[in-house]
Design a protein around this ligand. Structure first.
Ligand code: SAJ
Length: 421
């Protein structure tokens, strides 16, 4: 049995390596020639603990190879991005399914009777049916489940990934899997495949419910973080320490409030709820509002920094704005990772660099290499804590936790220094 994984990114590559580690022959396909070459050397182009060893072993033992051109296989797993289409400020972002379409059209010529095609990409409701349409248009000689039902030549299912970046290798094995086949046969084929390495339960449903389940998980988290972020703004106004407040409320046996922060980042939680909102804009009121609350938090933080600058200048009348040094602690989208995608901390730091006349220092212990233009601003924690006038805590990396800040004005978005947000 040969398995082909289309899209060798944060989900596709670990999944491909996992099948290969169970001695399945895996063909990884990606449009990025550089990524393909890197993988074929037994190296990786993304950062994820333990993945480098797995890919290295899979390639050297001959179970995994990467290519830019799809080849014949028995099962195809599609793990390509589903970003937004461009949208107007304040509008509702619509999902961009063009990568799924391109992947479908790329594998269509090599499909044969009995093959299984699984969509793993996080997708709006209806995307799996849409994928089946694209495949059947490209291959009129084969039958697909939306028309042929259980007797179809090709089996199709949606099985969303749900792994947490930074813990992908463990969660791929341990997490339960939602398996949404277009027919019962499609589901049982998919379960059989995932059982190769999944120790969690494989729970069967239909494709639309599986699509919605994934969107629901991330929307639920987004709504809960929005609640925490709104609380932090309310508490700031009422002169209450939100961190103390949440820890007190969480002593109630049925309350579990999440942590506020500078906003919501990453490529999932800040994106997926829009797939629900764009499909059902009239109905998805709470989910839409939560998105707006979380997206507005970075600007609220920037305003707090402006207030801190004004306070500092009032206390030091001999100084002007260009004498004020601001240190931003953390750039990643969350603690203890190096991923900058959709990072509110990065967005805030960039904006401060643009608007502030004085020096801006950036501290990001997880970024080892020089990164773009903000390289010039990167400095050590010690240098920043001794030299900055305003200390802006953006990401609660472990490295920051036991270090105190002496002097200066503190704006703490993560409660690390136990001061008000
Ligand atoms: N955040 C807070 N407060 C919190 C928790 C998180 O502000 O109390 C922020 C983080 O700082 C970050 C953002 O939310 O900016 C998202 O972080 P996260 O750790 O909640 O989630 P992700 O984006 O790393 O991964 C999520 C996971 N989904 C859920 O936990 C429901 C993961 O299981 C999914 O597989 C992943 O999205 C995905 O790929 O969809």
């Amino acid at each position: 049995e040969t398995i082909s994984v289309i899209g060798l990114g944060y989900i596709g590559l670990p999944t491909a390596a996992m099948f290969a580690s169970r001695k399945k022959k895996v063909i990884g396909v990606d449009v990025n020639q550089k990524a393909v070459d890197t993988i074929n050397r037994g190296e990786i182009h993304i950062v994820e603990p333990d993945l480098d060893m797995m890919v290295h072993a899979a390639v050297t033992e001959g179970y995994l190879k990467a290519t830019t051109k799809p080849e014949s296989a028995d099962a195809f797993l599609i793990a390509v991005p589903t970003p937004f289409l461009p949208y107007a400020e304040g509008g509702i972002p619509e999902p961009d399914l063009s990568y799924i379409k391109a992947a479908s059209e790329a594998i269509a010529p090599v499909l044969k009777k009995g093959d299984l095609v699984i969509l793993e990409s996080t997708s709006p409701v209806g995307a799996t049916e849409q994928m089946a349409e694209w495949l059947s248009t490209a291959r009129p000689d084969l039958s697909f489940p939306q028309v042929a039902g259980e007797g179809a030549d090709i089996n199709i299912a949606h099985c969303p990934e749900r792994v947490l970046p930074g813990h992908v290798v463990r969660e791929l094995v341990e997490n339960d899997r939602v398996i949404g086949g277009m027919t019962a046969k499609c589901s049982s084929r998919a379960v059989e495949l995932y059982k190769t390495f999944v120790l969690g339960e494989c729970v069967i449903t239909n494709a639309r419910t599986a699509e919605m389940a994934k969107l629901t998980e991330n929307s639920c988290r987004d709504v809960q973080i929005a609640f925490a972020n709104e609380l932090s703004i309310i508490c700031d106004k009422l002169d209450i320490d939100v961190w103390e407040l949440i820890s007190l409320a969480n002593r109630h046996p049925r309350i579990n409030i999440l942590q506020p922060g500078p906003g919501v980042g990453g490529h999932c939680i800040a994106v997926d709820p829009w797939f629900i909102v764009s499909k059902t804009p009239e109905e998805a009121k709470l989910i839409h509002t939560a998105r707006k609350v979380n997206d507005a938090k970075p600007d609220w933080v920037i305003n707090k920094v402006k207030i801190a600058i004004a306070d500092f200048l009032q206390a030091n009348p001999e100084k002007t704005a260009k004498d004020v040094t601001i240190a931003c602690y953390g750039l990643a989208f969350k603690a203890d990772i190096d991923d900058l995608r959709e990072s509110p901390a990065l967005k805030i730091a960039e904006k401060i660099i643009n608007i502030h006349k004085g020096e801006v220092l950036l501290i990001e212990p997880n970024i080892k290499q020089d990164k773009k233009y903000f390289n010039a601003h990167l400095c050590s924690h010690n240098y920043a804590s001794e030299n900055a006038d305003i200390h802006l805590m953006l990401v609660d990396h472990s490295e920051f936790k036991n270090k105190e800040i002496e002097g200066g004005v503190i704006v703490d978005c993560k409660g690390v220094w136990n001061k008000k947000t």
